[in-house]
Write a protein that binds this ligand. Sequence first.
Ligand SMILES: [Zn+2]
Length: 138
Amino acid sequence: MLYIDRLRTCGSYIPHCDSVHVVDVRIQEATITVWVESTRAQVPCPVCSVPTGSVHCTYRRTVQDLPSGSYVVNLVVTVRCFQCRNDSCPRKFFSEQIPNLTARYQRRTPRADQRVVELAIEYTDQGCERLGPLLGLR
Ligand SMILES: [Zn+2]
């Protein structure tokens, strides 16, 4: 429990991403679930690049990160949907992508995705299917 308490307070579980803080950490069976939220006050619109802090809504999204030992690690990210305030921009609303943590339509963090690609390059499809779960990746 001390380990989990340290994760909650220092937020150091995600050293590759300095724009989030850890809200909660729970371990259940062979899965570590980490709830995170973005700390950025403003986010640039992906179309016009004008920064905005106008949050329209939020939702939760789960992405798989690299395993920690024999544990599968899932990040539950509170994603903010912003409203672009630039009147000439065709994009009115957009979801925040957190650098090094989320990418559009991806269910893994970029580093977990990179690991899967490395496995796929190294092994055949059938070997990767068997090896992935052993390494905590689906
Ligand atoms: Zn815009």
